[in-house]
Design a protein around this ligand. Structure first.
Ligand SMILES: C[S@@+](CC[C@H](N)C(=O)[O-])C[C@H]1O[C@@H](n2cnc3c(N)ncnc32)[C@H](O)[C@@H]1O
Length: 278
């Protein structure tokens, strides 16, 4: 990840940390703020014939580790929650081949549209499918997938436990949840939690690694493994830019964000869990 990128994407593009998302109207629900913000981002991008790292919104090193862990192979069925532009789904589609299936769901219609166009341009429409759906209500029967993945998405979901329960429900017994996300290493100040801009900038909704692990266990996952990516995430998340943005609009949380970040309150991690046998 180079210095021109933020947690939510390249600085040069409309990343959620630098778009209108940082100035949401107080009457809009947090879910609508997230949907609209990412909708704008995906709508600003054009479908391409070749893979585009920069149209993904998540972190490169954790993304590579997720793919390594997933080991996509012929015939595998994989679901990606919050698939955005579809880049990860399409990369996996090339490995699972015509006997496999990769499905991406996203609640932003613009994301789904862009992902479908990308699939068409790359001739992967028959393997990669994209649907508009909410992470807490997946439109699939129980035990449908070998693996369910997500990249920088659970931090944006308010009912995290429900989203994890859904991931596990659609997973086949002994299948795996593999996800990477923003984590906290210290209790986040209330003002930060309540800031809608920081929430959709992937920060305000983050919880601690232990909380994620406990929720994964409660959802029915065992053999949970975690890998800390905080070091490589630091530059990528460009938190100074976020703090500057907050300062500009005189947000009361600007000082707290800076202090919290300086003290190492925000991090990034890969989490893996296995569904119990039937
Ligand atoms: C930070 S972006 C990550 C996109 C993609 N996973 C990537 O790595 O590029 C978060 C994505 O999750 C989607 N999203 C957020 N909350 C969601 C929810 N509750 N249900 C479905 N999609 C959601 C957003 O629309 C957005 O496309």
């Amino acid at each position: 990840m180079n210095e021109d990128e933020t947690c939510c994407g390249p600085k040069s593009s409309q990343s959620c940390c630098e778009s209108d998302c940082c100035r949401p109207s107080s009457s809009t629900s947090i879910e609508d703020v997230v949907r609209e913000s990412y909708g704008k981002r995906w709508a600003s991008l054009k479908a391409t014939k070749s893979a585009q790292t920069k149209s993904r919104a998540s972190m490169d090193s954790a993304h590579d580790a997720l793919l390594k862990e997933l080991m996509p192979h012929e015939g595998m069925r994989v679901l990606d929650i919050g698939s955005g532009s579809g880049e990860t789904v399409l990369a996996i589609a090339e490995k699972v081949g015509s006997t496999g299936k990769t499905v991406g769901i996203d609640f932003s219609s613009e994301g789904v549209k862009l992902a479908k166009e990308n699939a068409k341009k790359r001739g992967l429409e028959s393997i990669a499918e994209f649907r508009q759906a909410h992470a807490v209500e997946l439109p699939f029967p129980d035990n449908s997938f070998d693996a369910v993945i997500s990249e920088c998405v659970v931090c944006l979901i308010q009912d995290k436990q429900k989203a994890l329960n859904e991931k596990v429900r659609v997973l086949k017994p002994e299948g795996r949840v593999i996800m990477h996300d923003v984590v906290t290493w210290a209790p986040m100040p209330k003002a930060m939690r309540e800031d809608k801009g920081l929430y959709c900038g992937c920060i305000g909704g983050a919880v601690s690694l232990n909380e994620y692990v406990e929720m994964m266990k409660k959802a029915g996952l065992t053999n949970i493994k975690t890998v800390d990516f905080t070091k490589s995430a630091k530059r990528m998340m460009n938190l100074n830019a976020v703090a500057q943005e907050l300062e500009q609009r005189k947000a009361k949380s600007a000082r707290e964000v800076v202090d919290f970040v300086r003290k190492g309150g925000i991090g990034y991690a890969l989490l893996i869990g296995t569904k119990k046998p039937a």
